[in-house]
Design a protein around this ligand. Structure first.
Ligand code: CA
Length: 331
């Protein structure tokens, strides 16, 4: 073989190797929520321009059955609902998105997440008010479609079906409504740039087996103590639980401490067990302003990408994760 052809073969092999090591997906958790109020169209645009691969939309229903992009079934932590509709709380004092029509929801102002005392949860983040609105799932899809067309990119969406069992108690089938929208936009395909996520394993199975979705599914893994759903997350983290997940889903979305023991500073079994089932691993949530105790941005991202070798990460700080991946890219 001549020197030139050896070089050509060498370059080809190198190219093949880089193709085999897929770049981890950067999933903008509630948009660029480290900088702008979560789940607004503005936060989605910023995440898009920061270079996210996927942008997340948590979904709950309005009174008129429209999926809106909100993390909670309640409104008061992220909107001024108490001022606009002071008489519309339920007996427990909470304001439920499902008690308001879309038109009513869109009169609200969205702000940075606050706690029960009205203090900003992440004090260094956006501090303004009055610019931002609640957006629908379809508005997010249309926005990202248009940006993709104009920038010739293929940024994906990563919707989460929130509290399907609770929605059912309110007489609403949120999964069916979300699936109908995905189908209307021709997104219910395995190869489309969409992951649908849910904490409720019964609903993940229902999506695949009863509603017959083709789109990629991700089973989120909580701690049983959080009461996210009736799913048994201790079981889902075992080899047989993960095998059951792999029958219906393409990946898992675990909480980072479930993958890496921060006391012992070593991986738990979860990542290797999930990989044995061929499941992708997309942990939540990397926050540059709320790092695990004793860790820095660099050490946290090093654990995720170099030790655990996750396939993607949910982050409030798309820009920070992309800078890290660019800086540590193998030559
Ligand atoms: Ca979510």
């Amino acid at each position: 073989m001549s020197r030139t052809s050896r070089i050509v073969v060498g370059i080809a092999l190198l190219f093949q190797c880089t193709l085999l090591i897929a770049k981890p997906l950067v999933i903008a958790h509630r948009g660029a929520s480290g900088y702008l109020p979560e789940h607004t169209l503005e936060a989605a645009i910023l995440a898009y321009s920061q270079g996210a691969d996927y942008i997340e939309q948590d979904l709950v229903l309005s009174k008129d059955g429209v999926p809106v992009v909100l993390h909670d079934i309640h409104l008061e932590s992220v909107t001024n609902v108490e001022q606009v509709f002071p008489k519309r709380a339920r007996k427990d004092g909470r304001y439920y998105a499902i008690d308001f029509t879309l038109t009513e929801l869109q009169t609200l102002h969205k702000h940075e997440r606050t706690d029960a005392q009205g203090q900003q949860v992440f004090s260094g983040r956006y501090q303004g008010m009055s610019t931002f609105k609640i957006a629908t799932f379809e508005q997010h899809i249309q926005l990202i479609n248009q940006l993709n067309r104009q920038f010739k990119k293929q940024v994906g969406i990563y919707p989460e079906i929130k509290s399907p069992a609770w929605h059912k108690t309110q007489g609403a089938d949120i999964s069916q409504i979300v699936v109908d929208i995905l189908r209307r936009y021709d997104l219910d395909r395995l190869e489309s740039n969409v992951f649908v996520q849910c904490f409720d394993f019964a609903e993940t199975k229902r999506l695949r087996n009863e509603l017959g979705v083709k789109v990629k599914l991700v089973q989120l893994i909580a701690e049983n103590s959080w009461a996210e759903s009736t799913s048994d997350y201790n079981y889902l983290r075992t080899a047989s639980g993960l095998a059951e997940i792999a029958k219906v889903a393409q990946g898992i979305g675990p909480w980072m401490p479930q993958l890496f023991d921060l006391q012992a500073m070593q991986p738990t079994q979860l990542a290797s067990l999930a990989k044995q089932q061929g499941l992708q691993i997309h942990p939540y949530t990397f926050r540059a302003d709320a790092l695990p105790e004793g860790l820095t941005t660099q050490s946290t991202l090093n654990i995720l990408f170099n030790i655990l070798k996750v396939d993607g990460v949910f982050t409030d700080f798309t820009d920070v994760v992309i800078s890290h991946l660019d800086a540590t890219k193998q030559p």
